[in-house]
Design a protein around this ligand. Structure first.
Ligand SMILES: [Fe+2]
Length: 278
């Protein structure tokens, strides 16, 4: 995808609005393979219809690339089949861990920002990339307490991206949330990122509980400072697909369409010349 593309997660709650009148008319949809693999019946048919209508980017939930254990190769076999069947170009996941000793933790926890963790994660990413025969794209996650950190988050992410050759899913809202919660400057964080490795962007809303605590809910509309941070980021990089990430508390789809429109406008402002030239 080298032109300007704006998408939204395909969720059951709003599925009707992707068809017929099509209030939501995204350039692509994002799907979590965990929610659709092997599904038959009514929702299996909806899945087929959606994937025939729209290009798909995958965004997984359970890879848990930072876990000590081996990845679930059986599940990844199904993901690989989906990638081949739907001609998927981007399979994204979280730079985090969500299970340990076979227990699912039901949260995406930050990997300790440490050299030994980098070695472990890089090895895992390379194993998964070899298995899938494609690049993996990993997302910077929001976190509430760094664990046993010995370096900054930006350096940690950059080293992993450089050493493993993975792509970066830059969640701009997560940068904003972490900057607020951990007291750093969001633009300086963006400046440090390897923006040439970013191949996908997430934009979302959050819940500000107090001046120094934001919870990353994906259940609110995107606020102006996060649009501004996206504008700043887009001005420093090439076009990549941009996703409106909304998982809960769904408003009328017209409101979501409005948010996508605003994302498209900012993308076009920053990337118009690039697209015309290429
Ligand atoms: Fe995200």
């Amino acid at each position: 995808m080298d032109s300007i593309k704006t998408g939204i997660g395909f969720r059951r709650e709003i599925a009707d609005d992707f068809f017929g009148q099509s209030v939501l008319d995204p350039d692509f949809i994002e799907l979590a393979p965990e929610n659709w693999v092997g599904l038959g019946g009514y929702w299996g048919d909806i899945f087929k219809k959606a994937t025939k209508t729209y290009p798909v980017i995958l965004h997984g939930l359970s890879l848990s690339i930072g876990s000590p254990e081996e990845p679930d190769w059986n599940f990844l076999k199904h993901v690989k089949e989906m990638i081949e069947e739907l001609h998927i170009k981007i399979y994204s996941e979280h730079l985090s861990f969500a299970k340990m000793d076979n227990a699912h933790l039901y949260d995406l926890l930050p990997i300790p920002f440490r050299k030994d963790a980098i070695r472990h994660v890089v090895k895992r990413i390379q194993q998964v990339q070899d298995f899938l025969g494609m690049q993996l794209t990993l997302e910077n996650v929001s976190y509430y307490t760094p664990v046993a950190a010995e370096m900054e988050e930006a350096d940690f992410i950059n080293e992993i991206v450089e050493q493993s050759g993975c792509g970066l899913l830059l969640d701009v809202n997560n940068v904003y949330v972490n900057a607020n919660n951990h007291g750093y400057n969001a633009r300086e964080f963006i400046d440090k990122m390897l923006l040439g490795s970013v191949n996908y962007i997430h934009m979302a809303g959050h819940l500000q509980l107090s001046p120094d605590l934001i919870i990353d809910t994906h259940g609110e509309k995107i606020i102006d400072p996060v649009y501004d941070l996206f504008d700043y980021t887009a001005g420093k990089m090439k076009p990549v697909p941009v996703l409106l990430e909304r998982d809960f508390n769904f408003p009328e789809s017209e409101e979501l369409a409005g948010e996508m429109k605003r994302l498209k406008e900012i993308s076009t402002k920053n990337w118009r010349d690039y697209v015309v030239q290429s």
